[in-house]
Design a protein around this ligand. Structure first.
Ligand SMILES: [Zn+2]
Length: 117
């Protein structure tokens, strides 16, 4: 598992082969990158000693965790994502614009291949 703060979106390595990385992605990761994670409640607790609430959601598809800490007024104190091994691809960076189009195409091509099979 790899923990990433909301503020950690990184830049692509200029030598990174995005097409090869997308080709290697499992369907679950393609779907989560294309449509977003499917969050379900996973854990919630009050920690009176620290005057906070801890809340965790988990993606039913890829098992990424979305963790956040709220103070007792409901203000977000911290938040992070904890990704399963293999979800983050070293050097890939944040996907936007045309890159997201490649993810969508890979996801739909996978769907089409399954319909034929
Ligand atoms: Zn997911």
């Amino acid at each position: 598992m790899v923990a990433v703060s909301d503020k950690d979106a990184d830049m692509r390595d200029p030598n990174f082969d995005l097409t090869a990385a997308i080709d290697a992605m499992p369907d679950t990761h393609l779907l989560c990158r294309d449509f977003g994670h499917t969050w379900r409640r996973f854990m919630a607790r009050h920690v009176p000693a620290h005057h906070v609430y801890e809340q965790t959601l988990r993606c039913t598809r890829c098992k990424t965790l979305r963790e956040r800490v709220l103070n007792e007024r409901g203000i977000v104190v911290s938040s992070k994502y904890v990704y399963p091994d293999g979800y983050l691809v070293k050097g890939m960076g944040y996907l936007a614009g045309e890159d997201r189009g490649l993810i969508r195409l890979a996801a739909i091509q996978s769907d089409l291949a399954k319909q034929v099979a």
